[in-house]
Every structure is written in C-alpha cells, then in structure tokens.
Design a protein around this ligand. Structure first.
Ligand code: PLP
Length: 438
C-alpha cells in the first residue's frame, strides 16, 4: 500500500497508543489523512493575514462572503459568515462542543468515559458511512439483527462489501434476544479477528428499546467477545434518541454501557439533530468515538478525527453551514428543552393510543403485535396474508400507506398519524386483511 507521510504519522499515533484500534482500520482507513494543503494554509491566513487574505475558495465583498440579495433576504437574520461561508470539514466548533455537552448531559454513563469531540456529519447516514469508510473492508463480518433499517444492508453489504450475519431480534418472551446475540457474536468472534457490531435503539423498524438489564447483557457479550482477542467496532445508532414511552426502558445511549469495557473495543456513537430536533432535511448528524483507555485517548482521538475529516474532505468536502448554524442556535435556545418535551409527549400519546387500540381482541385472528416502547414505529406480524399483497391492497383500495417487510411483517409509522386517526388506521388494515382472506 502506498501511504502518504501524514497518514503514516496518524497511523503511528494510533498504533503507539492502541495497536487494536489500528488493526480495526480498513485499508482506506489506514491510507486516509487530512491534508495540510489549502485548508490549513487558509486557516493560518485567517489568523495572521490581517491586510489581504487571498487564500480561500469563496468570493468576498465588503469583508463578508459575497452573496445574492434574493437569498440573503430569506435568511437576513443570520450573518453571511455563518450561512454562505464554508464550515470546517469537522464541523462548526461551537456546535461540536454544544453537542458534546448535550451528549454528556443526556448520558450519565458516558461522563466517566473517554469521549472524543463529535465530528459533524451530513445526517446520521453519513456518520454511518464514514464509520464504514474507516473500519469496513470487503468481507468484514457485520453483526445485525434480523429486523433492521433496510439502508444498513444497502450501505454495509452492497456499498462496502461487508458480510452481514443476522440474529433474531426478539426472544420468545418478547424482549431483546440476548441469547441469540451472544451465540452469533461469540461464534463470529471465533472465526474473525474483527467484528463490526451495529446496534440501534430506539429501533427502526420495531420501535423497541432495551431495558437497562438488556443493555448490560449486550455490553457483557461484546466484552466477552473482545476477551477472545477479537477487535470490535461497536456502533450505536441513536437516531431516535429521547423518544422513550415506557418507564422500564433505558433512557440513555447504549454506547455508555459498551464504552470503556475493553481495550479491543472502539465504540462509535452516531446521533444527530435529524430526529432529535425534528429537522430531517437539515442533514446535521454527529460521529463520536468512545475508548476504553484514558491514557493516550486524546492522541487517538486526534488521529481518528483527522482521518474522519479526510474521509469527509475527500467525499463531500464539508457539511451545510447554515444547517449547523440553525441547530447551534436551537441548542442555545432556553426553550428548546421544553419544546422537545412537548413534541415527545405528542409522539408518546400516539404510541399510547396505538397500544390501546391494538389491545382489542377483535384483531386476534389477523396479527400478532411485536413489542414496542419507543421511537417512530411499531410492527405487526400478519397471520394469514402476505405483507406486500396487503400493502398494495391498502394503498389501492383505501389510500393507506404502510411498509411491508419480508413476507409477514408490516411496519406502521405512528409518528405520522394523528391520535384521532389511529383507530381508523388499524380498523382499515384489519378490513384489508379480511378482503384478502375472503
Ligand atoms: C435507524 C436509523 N438510522 C439512521 C437514519 C438516518 O438518519 P439521517 O436522516 O440523519 O441520515 C434513519 C432514518 O430513517 C434510521 O431509521
């Protein structure tokens, strides 16, 4: 492999402080670096070129980014330097530190762990693909449950060539299937020297979040696997963080339970504003690394951050600046917590209504309900009709859209349905099933 001297330097920093983390890197992860070219010369000039700064690739007029009035008029309360200008490759520094504070405030378990500064990503999908850039080689084993967000397969298998191994998500008693998870992880750890384990709670598509005991169970399985000399990249996709509807569910990111348990484990926390701040189209996510060690952690974080920045620079260059400014301002708003709470209550009332409606025995012959307690979704296991056939029938005859998953599961996004429409939604799905069974 032909490797640039800057990449070699970052690799050495990682190797010196934790050889296992170096071994986890993909070939691309080993080669990537953040160049000291235009961007760092520009950053230096920003500090020192007080007379004329002719370094950066934007246009300047009257001391601020040049802009068109038609666009400025729409966003006239945001200074052009915070909207029209480029943001740094790793994201706006104030936003990164505000989000770090939020992570620590929301997740007591992470407070005593070595946690990097979050890098801003173009939504969570981008955070996941950056993680795959740095850590997934074709053929690497990726552990996922049988019920998963479909994009994981498209990304990790089709795009990155990983070998996905699945385990059944639910146990017979309706909780997370720790036994199956253990079996799959430990068997895979004996066959591979590296595993990528991706976990997502609140879950898409099931709407299930772990209990604290289940979270401890997952963490102990991952630690046991690491103890068999297997390196583990444990990714926690926290897209739906905060939408918890039951007292018994874990209210923290699973990353806090996994991080800090073994030097062979690198925990990657993927979270963001997309769902937490109800800004799906803004594309603001965060990628944060958590380590077992405190000694040398800052050096490893520096090297991983530079590599992540290189992966961003070489693909999308940087993320939307205006979106970052909007999310930062929201985080600085005193009313944000209350606003978020109110919206979470609306979502909780929909989940509650779904639970009430589906309790009715009249549906017993049509479906079983998978346990759910969080997030946007719930799933039905259909007893007598094909999910895809039902989906198209509901669409064509009743104008109702739901998602068919596999042969028998139907995913319903109650996040999109007003409380007063929920009864009718389930009655109509039931009617659709009866039409098809007749
Ligand atoms: C589990 C999960 N992770 C990540 C994402 C992607 O989030 P983003 O829109 O920020 O890329 C989604 C979106 O549907 C999701 O369901």
């Amino acid at each position: 492999m032909d490797i640039n001297a800057l990449a070699l330097e970052l690799n050495k920093t990682i190797q010196t402080n934790n050889q296992h983390i170096y071994d986890m890197l993909s070939d691309f992860g080993k080669k990537i670096y953040f160049p000291k070219g235009i961007l760092s010369q520009g950053a230096e000039a920003k500090q020192k070129a007080k007379k004329t700064n002719a370094t950066i690739g934007i246009a300047v007029e009257n001391g601020e980014p040049m802009h068109l009035t038609s666009i400025r008029n729409i966003i006239d309360h945001i200074p052009p330097k915070d909207s029209f200008n480029y943001a740094p490759a790793s994201g706006k520094p104030e936003l990164r530190s505000a989000w770090r504070d939020k992570i620590l405030s929301d997740n007591p378990s992470l407070r005593d762990k070595a946690l990097s500064n979050p890098v801003v990503t173009n939504g969570l999908t981008h955070g996941l693909s950056l993680t795959a850039d740095l850590f997934v080689n074709p053929g690497d084993a990726i552990i996922l449950p049988d019920k998963m967000w479909g994009n994981y397969r498209l990304m990790l298998s089709v795009r990155y060539g990983g070998q996905i191994k699945t385990y059944p998500f639910y146990s017979n008693s309706g909780g997370f299937n720790i036994e199956a998870f253990r079996e799959t992880v430990i068997a895979s750890a004996s066959e591979n020297n590296k595993l990528i384990i991706l976990l997502n709670f609140p879950n898409n598509p099931t709407g299930y979040t772990l209990t604290p005991d289940e979270a401890k169970g997952i963490a102990s399985v991952i630690k046991d696997a690491a103890q068999t000399d297997c390196n583990i990249v444990a990714i926690s996709d926290d897209a739906y963080f905060g939408l918890f509807y039951d007292d018994e569910t874990l209210k923290e990111s699973l990353s806090g339970y996994i991080a800090g348990t073994h030097p062979r484990i690198l925990t990657v926390k993927i979270c963001g504003a997309t769902k937490e701040e109800y800004v799906w189209g803004f594309r603001v996510g965060f990628l944060t690394y958590c380590l077992n060690q405190s000694k040398g952690a800052e050096d490893i974080f520096y090297a991983l951050e530079r590599k992540t920045m290189g992966a961003i620079r070489s693909s999308i260059s940087n993320c939307s600046h205006i979106s970052q400014t909007l999310v930062l301002r929201a985080l600085q708003s005193e009313t944000l917590g209350e606003e978020r709470k109110q919206k979470a209550e609306v979502m909780a009332s929909r989940a509650q209504k779904v639970k009430e409606v589906i309790k009715n025995n009249k549906y017993n012959d049509a479906w079983d309900v998978y346990p759910f307690n969080s997030g946007y979704f719930m799933c039905l296991k259909l007893k007598s009709v094909d999910a895809e056939e039902l989906r198209t029938h509901l669409l064509d005859k009743y104008g109702i859209g739901v998602i068919a998953l596999g042969g028998s599961d139907l995913r319903i996004a109650f996040s999109c349905v007003e409380v007063e429409d929920i009864q009718d939604l389930f009655d109509t799905i039931y009617k659709g099933i009866k039409d098809l069974s007749a």
